[in-house]
Design a protein. Structure first.
Length: 200
């Protein structure tokens, strides 16, 4: 049985991707940190990572997402503010924050979790914190480098707030290659609408 590695996400508008790219360029300029930058043009707002699933399950997953999306009308999020996990002294992940109608996003994400639980996907043990990952610090980074990176982030301003309209949820396929992951859409579910399938 063919397996596909997939996740459920919100697609970002081109304007947001360009903004993330500019922000990365600002952080990179003149700074050599052991960091793996995420390609902003393949960044998504991930709602749930599913891992490897049987290819014939994707239609059931799409139906489960459609079930969760039924009662949620389209809404807007804002992309702004830089942050890190776990803290500025021990930076491991650099991210951009998501605000706006986050209550709707959380309702949607919770609905997706419970719909998928019926298909035996285990719910996340950690609370869902909506964010867009900009970079991950490599394991070999020294405590001093992590702290200096934290200082850089604390002093970097992400001036512009971008609007992220959430009108559809996508089931995405992730194919790992040497050059990085290649993403393609398996299906899309519009918010507040009956199920519409489109491969891509």
């Amino acid at each position: 049985m063919e397996q596909v590695r997939c996740f459920i996400a919100v697609e970002l508008p081109e304007e947001v991707k360009a903004g993330l790219s500019q922000l990365q360029a600002q952080l990179k300029s003149g700074n050599q940190f052991p960091v793996k930058w995420v390609n902003p043009y393949s960044t998504h707002l991930t709602l749930k990572f599913l891992g490897n699933v049987n290819a014939d399950m994707t239609s059931q997953i799409t139906e489960a997402v459609a079930e969760a999306a039924k009662g949620v009308s389209p809404f807007n999020l804002e992309i702004k503010e830089l942050g890190v996990f776990p803290n500025l002294r021990r930076v491991q992940v650099i991210w951009v924050g998501v605000s706006g109608e986050v209550d709707k996003l959380l309702q949607l994400q919770k609905g997706i979790e419970s719909s998928l639980a019926r298909l035996n996907f285990a719910p996340e043990s950690r609370a869902f914190t909506p964010h867009l990952t900009l970079a991950r610090v490599r394991d070999q980074a020294s405590p001093d480098e992590r702290q200096r990176l934290g200082e850089l982030i604390a002093s970097t301003k992400f001036e512009k707030a971008y609007t992220l309209p959430v009108e559809a949820i996508r089931l995405m396929r992730s194919q790992l290659t040497r050059e990085g992951a290649i993403y393609s859409q398996i299906s899309s579910v519009e918010l507040g609408k009956p199920l519409s399938k489109n491969a891509g």
